[in-house]
Design a binder for this molecule. Structure first.
Ligand code: IMP
Ligand code: MG
Length: 193
């Protein structure tokens, strides 16, 4: 089915609703295989991962628990500064759990690098990373983070929808799209780099 209502601030659609569903099904089946006989705890990184997490987990045919971690990176809306602050911590101890972190997009990798190290200190049995989108070209040189599960790679452009925001907006778009430069504040435009 074609996307008939593309939001006026979207330049073009990168991942359609149908493609998102196929990604969730593929990753869900893979995770089901890989986490059999494990003590699976799925941790969504707020807020960007919630649409992905609720759809993905419906394709995971295993007993599991879910929790959320709220993180905020200092800095502007289209850049990540690298400093991470916990704004909502987990509800309980993760000791002994096989943790699967769910992220919307892996950009510089600094957020997940910080979160992974923090959770390892809390004695999780294992920590794996599942990201819907990956921008491999953007990874910071000093960051050594790899996703175990990736929905798809995207080019180095600012994307919105299906959880991803610009200035806290557009998360509810049912697809992933590239934002129009005209919808972005002058200081965040590509030519302002
Ligand atoms: P990282 O720490 O640089 O890997 O940044 C990851 C976070 O930056 C993501 O969880 C998003 O919140 C945000 N981010 C990075 N790129 C985009 C984008 O293209 N659209 C929306 N948010 C993004
Ligand atoms: Mg964000």
């Amino acid at each position: 089915m074609a996307n008939i209502n593309i939001h006026e601030d979207v330049e073009r659609v990168l991942v359609t609703e149908e493609e998102l569903r196929a990604i969730n099904e593929r990753l869900g089946k893979q995770i089901t295989e890989d986490f059999r006989d494990k003590k699976l705890l799925i941790i969504g990184i707020l807020k960007g991962s919630i649409y992905f997490m609720t759809d993905l987990t419906r394709f995971i045919d295993l007993p599991l628990e879910i929790d959320f971690l709220g993180v905020s990176s200092y800095g502007g809306s289209t850049r990540t500064s690298g400093e991470v602050r916990i704004v909502k911590d987990l509800d309980k101890s993760i000791e002994g759990y096989d943790v699967l972190l769910i992220e919307d997009i892996l950009d510089t990798g600094r957020t997940l690098d910080y979160v992974k190290r923090m959770l390892l200190n809390r004695k999780a049995r294992s920590i794996s990373i599942c990201t819907l989108l990956d921008k491999p070209d953007r990874r910071a040189e000093d960051v050594d983070v790899k996703a175990d599960y990736v929905g798809c790679d995207v080019p180095n452009e600012f994307v919105i929808g299906y959880g991803l925001d610009y200035d806290q907006k557009y998360r509810n778009l049912p697809y992933i799209g590239v934002i129009k430069q005209s919808a972005v504040k002058p200081e965040h435009r590509k030519d302002a780099e």
